[in-house]
Ligand binder design. Structure first.
Ligand code: GUN
Length: 300
């Protein structure tokens, strides 16, 4: 492998180290620790595993995380009501409220997300937070997008004037990341192209990328012939594929055909151990920010 490995796990550990101090400072001033409430609907194994990582990372930095488990049969009304009760602090102060996605098919996801007040929206999904980001005055930035930008900055990957190609136009990753990379300042000032399932000549566009981000959820989507020599390749995909040789009969892969691409790219993030741990670290940072904003408003 010739590419530099972008170790998200190590970077997340360093971010946690500084957050731990900041959380301790907050807790001394506020007389309580920051608190995150995660709503987990149903029994999806992947969601349960992500939520577990979020809760243990929170504990490592001194943030209290409560997971509220709800049966998969819960309807939209019940979930909107639950989020409303959390936002009224009926079950203790909820600085950050996160509804783990995806929700079951019968639920109106947008209505449930809209029930999370903008000032507790640590996912950065609320229209007010999306609007602030698009205006270049970010408050809560979606965690994965923030994590990708942080990874590029930390690795010293130049973004100013460079061509960043993002495959994927989701509200969670593709769109906010495009805004971050195109914004003014450190980790920004890039020329950004968003590609998606209807894009023609995907491979040719990707080959122009100095920074290539895959955020689709399709194993093997990015092959070595789509990568410009020396490019930074960031893999946001998390896919579980069958592998008889692996423990449990399956393993995690990203959207990038890792080994061949690592021979062409200048830098590459692995899956697992790349963007995933940074997403969690950014959630902790957003939760501390939510707690600080609330304290600043004179609320306990
Ligand atoms: N499911 C996958 N990624 C995310 C995320 O960033 N936030 C939430 N709430 N659910 C997710």
């Amino acid at each position: 492998m010739t590419a530099k490995l972008l170790d998200g796990k190590a970077l997340a550990g360093r971010i946690e180290d500084s957050l731990r101090d900041e959380v301790a400072t907050f807790s001394r001033m506020a007389g309580r620790v920051p608190r995150l409430v995660v709503v987990l609907v149903g029994e999806m194994a992947a969601s349960a595993s992500y939520v577990k990582s979020k809760a243990s990372a929170a504990a490592r930095v001194g943030i209290e995380a409560e997971v509220v488990r709800v049966p998969a049969t819960a309807d939209t009304e019940a979930l909107v009501e639950l989020v409303g009760a959390l936002a009224r602090d009926e079950q203790g102060p909820a600085d950050g409220i996160l509804v783990q996605l995806p929700l079951p098919g019968h639920v109106d996801t947008q209505r449930v997300l809209d029930a999370v007040p903008a000032d507790r929206d640590v996912d950065g999904f609320h229209p007010e937070n999306a609007g602030l980001l698009s205006q270049g005055r970010p408050r809560f930035v979606p965690c994965t997008a923030a994590g990708v930008q942080r990874m590029l900055i930390d690795a010293g990957v130049e973004t100013a004037g460079k061509h960043a190609v993002i495959i994927g136009r989701s509200d969670i990753v593709g769109k906010p990341l495009a805004l971050l990379l195109a914004s003014r300042g450190t980790g920004g000032d890039a020329t950004v192209t968003i590609c998606h399932s209807r894009s023609e000549n995907l491979a040719a566009i990707c080959r122009q990328a100095d920074i290539l981000v895959a955020a689709v959820g399709k194993p093997g989507l990015v092959t070595a012939d789509m990568v410009k020599p020396g490019a930074a390749v960031i893999d946001v995909g998390i896919n579980r594929i069958a592998d008889a040789a692996a423990k449990g009969g399956s393993r995690l892969v990203g959207d990038v055909d890792f080994a061949p691409v690592a021979e062409v790219a200048g830098a590459i993030s692995p899956v697992p151990g790349g963007v995933g741990p940074l997403t969690v670290a950014m959630l902790l940072a957003n939760t501390l920010l939510a707690a600080e904003l609330r304290l600043g408003q004179g609320q306990r």
